[in-house]
Design a protein around this ligand. Sequence first.
Ligand code: ARG
Length: 589
Amino acid sequence: MKKILEQISEVVSEAFEAAGYERSYGKVTLSNRPDLCEYQCNGAMAAAKAYKKAPFEIANAVVEKLAGNELLAEAVCVMPGFINMKINPEFLAGYLNEMAASEKFGYELPENPLSIVVDYGGANVAKPLHVGHLRPAIIGESVKRICKYVGHNVIGDAHLGDWGLQMGQVIEETKDRQPDLPYFDPDFKGEYPEEAPFTIEELSEIYPTASAKCKVDEEFKQRAQEATFKFQNGDPGYTALCRHITNVSKQDLKKNYDNLLVFFDLWKGESDAQPYIDDMIDDMVKKGVAYESQGALVVDIAMEGDKKEYPPCIVRKSNGAAIYQTTDLATIVERKKLYDPNQIIYVVDKRQDLHFIQVFRTARKAGLVADDCKLDFLGFGTMNGKDGKPFKTRDGGVLKLETLIADINQAVYERIIENREISEEEARENARIIGLAALKYGDLSNQASKDYVFDVDRFISFEGNTGPYLLYTIVRIKSILNKYADNGGNVDVANKVLAPVNDSERALMLQITKLNEMLENAYAEIAPHKICQYCYELADAFNKFYHETKILTEENQERKESFIALIKLTRDIMLTCIDLLGFEAPERM
Ligand code: ARG
């Protein structure tokens, strides 16, 4: 269905035309003076210049043509030539009923869905997830869900770091512990074992040990580097061992991401891109895009109008090695071949922005993607502690993600049992659900590119702009609906929303109408925080309405049914919003 601003704009455009002016002046926006009106059109100001008339005169003529229109209850012209409008309550109610009866609340799906790859998560195999992995997971998951919701074909790819030094470190540490394994025997000819030589518990201890050794043991460090080089160049034993590292690690990562309700469609890694590198670079050289500079192969990426100087993108180092940029470029080649995307969205720390400028510009210059394929870098800011510095453990170490989540859940749990009788089991389960909402909303409610302060006490509060406040509101609606059902009401029947009875009901209804506009923007601007803001305002509007309206004791049956329809719609929209943000609501709180 058409968005409400489109519908009103159409009506006003027609009025402009009927009054003898160009239709295009009839664009309507939300009022920036909600105390005066709900919608406004400033077109008469622009038309005044074109038609050399006073804006007021034009606005007046348009307002005259709007008289009696069924969408608007009021259209007035105010000096010097604004048109202020209020919506017709009957139309408003009808609009909501249409939303409630439509798939996805009437969101208009694209005629030609795009194929979109969302590259997020970016965990490194063999290393534990730490707080630094929280933002790419949370933001990326939400971005993926938003792209899917608005109707595109979306693939979320974890793009694991499985090509780095940590692999060599784990290889060498494993060798020190189990030197007789066939992976280390260059003359081994048989099949390598299917079983990994370590469990996840062992692996999660092997990596930190190896990494610590590298810092103090020069000889070990050298060996780890050589092992990395060997496996990157296809040594069969090392490659087989790396496959074990990746598989064991993946299972653990998957468990952690599952707990965060983060689900990847693909679990590809940097290693998957390696087969594409040689041909890609050959092609770049052939096209004259890449050239030799001090033994390395580089691509100039500076462009006219640059405000900064951008160093060339190295695609092959002088020792022949491929680097991070090379891998990302080859991944683009791979994605183009396998998924032919129209858009690739990278959700990565904003400190990597130079990297992505280099990658995107090189990809364009070398023609790795079609010209109309969008390459978007959603660079996120840092999660800081209350001291304003990047979040650390109390002793200054890197906090494991599991620990952070457990801490939040514990804090929520303590709050839950503070003043309520609740079974231990339900309290733990609720703490998990509410904790995740607190964590995710605390992150997503900030514009992704900004740094934010991780403040558990604030995030888990049931009041204010928090995840738990949204859940609390949803649970409140659920409980009203349950009571209604307990008293013989039928919640499943599709009742009609009637025109609002008071200002708070009207405000709630108006907020609901803004949904599809907001979703369109959240996708276009890759901005989950817009959903947070909307949902928070919706919760507020509902709670005001709830406090000012006797819903269940309303005597007029039709009116009561209308209230039920309205709060059901509110609940469903809120559930949709939190699903797009990547969390769930409990049954009770
Ligand atoms: N593994 C990388 C890191 O830990 C992040 C990967 C981001 N994605 C990408 N396509 N480069 O920094």
